[in-house]
Design a protein. Structure first.
Length: 372
């Protein structure tokens, strides 16, 4: 059985690492990694491969930057070449980035089965590019591996046959659990001269928050308010930093007392910062999951979330139409000790990849042997 696993952006690397490791435990499976190049900057890509012990990709598509449509089109054309060479039995995609959709469409058109890991997540907001990627990928994939019950319900409501849906758990948590000791030993707090619990960790990269002046000015006001209480650590996405310059706001951010702006961090360093933060303020999907697993309070600045289990069961607060006042009110409750008592959702136990590989082996190897 030959599997091509697709990576393109940082969250993909975290999810593919445990799957590739699980595939490699079985001699009858050949696991190859295709890197589309969607995240091509070394700080957004290379360091994650190193820290997650991922081998050098078998194929690098080296897709250039461009609009989402240009990027998807380029990935499709380059991935078709790989498919013609490799003729895989299965293509495995994760998450909801452009690489996920592009490679799925190529595979389906070439009659190769697709397994989508982290399927069924829905925000209900089709203005999000990721939402369209998720819906289209799920509609044509053969195997849908989900992380939470809401995802199962979403797929069933879209008339997806139950036989295609598998409740497997969360592979992102597999990586977190596997590298727990290495995360704990990361020296980032010492480097930044921080103590555990002494700071708020901030990440922002969604277009609604950072692609326009209004969103960036709102983030600026929120950080100013948080910085009155504790040091704010802000590992900054390249696009966010670029847009601060476009709107002439870099100096205003840099002049905030108690704000430390960092380059994007490696996987181990960032999770160490997350684990030891008193609060995380974000617009990221994956960080909502990681904070829930680590039992760290999280405020998500978005109108919706495709990961409602982090709000229902975890430590996540979803703040819609958030401004500095609403963030300050929730922060005050958290710092007063009145934060949520979260729990780890079902299947977030570090063994999701093993369950996924077991299901795929049963489908593509054991059933084939039995048929013979």
């Amino acid at each position: 059985m030959k599997v091509l696993s697709i990576v393109g952006a940082r969250p993909n690397f975290v999810k593919i690492a445990p799957l590739h490791r699980a595939f490699s435990q079985h001699h009858e499976i050949t696991s190859k990694i295709v890197h589309t190049g969607q995240h091509y900057d070394p700080v957004m890509s290379g360091i994650f491969f190193d820290q997650l012990n991922l081998p050098k990709p078998d194929f690098c598509l080296n897709v250039a930057a461009g609009t989402p449509i240009q990027q998807i089109a380029q990935i499709m054309m380059e991935f078709e070449k790989v498919m013609l060479i490799e003729k895989p039995d299965l293509v495995l995609v994760v998450g909801d980035v452009n690489s996920t959709l592009a490679c799925t469409l190529v595979s389906v058109k070439m009659n190769v089965p697709v397994a989508h890991v982290e399927a069924g997540l829905r925000s209900g907001d089709r203005s999000m590019p990721e939402e369209i990627n998720r819906i289209l990928t799920d509609a044509v994939s053969d195997h849908l591996f989900v992380t939470e019950q809401d995802a199962v319900d979403n797929l069933l409501s879209e008339n997806v046959p139950a036989t295609r849906i598998h409740f497997a758990g969360n592979v992102m948590i597999d990586s977190l659990a596997y590298y727990k000791e290495a995360i704990q030993n990361a020296s980032i707090l010492k480097t930044l001269e921080l103590n555990a619990g002494s700071y708020v960790l901030m990440t922002m990269h969604r277009p609604s928050n950072v692609d326009g002046r209004e969103g960036l000015e709102r983030v600026l006001k929120i950080i100013k308010r948080l910085a009155l209480l504790k040091t704010v650590i802000f590992p900054i996405h390249p696009r966010t930093w670029k847009n601060m310059g476009v709107y002439g706001l870099k100096n205003e951010f840099e002049n905030i007392k108690n704000l430390k702006i960092l380059e994007p961090q490696g996987y181990l360093e960032f999770l160490n910062l997350t684990k030891n933060a008193s609060l995380v303020v974000t617009d990221s999907g994956g960080i909502q999951e990681e904070t829930t697993y680590l039992n760290v309070p999280c405020i998500t600045l978005r109108e919706n979330t495709e990961r409602p289990v982090t709000v229902k069961e975890g430590t996540n607060y979803l703040l819609k139409n958030a401004d500095e006042e609403s963030v300050a009110l929730v922060t005050a409750e958290i710092f007063a000790g009145n934060c949520k008592i979260g729990q780890i959702p079902e299947g977030w136990d570090g063994k999701a990849a093993e369950r996924i590989v077991a299901i795929l082996r049963e489908k593509y190897i054991n059933s084939y042997v039995c048929d013979k």
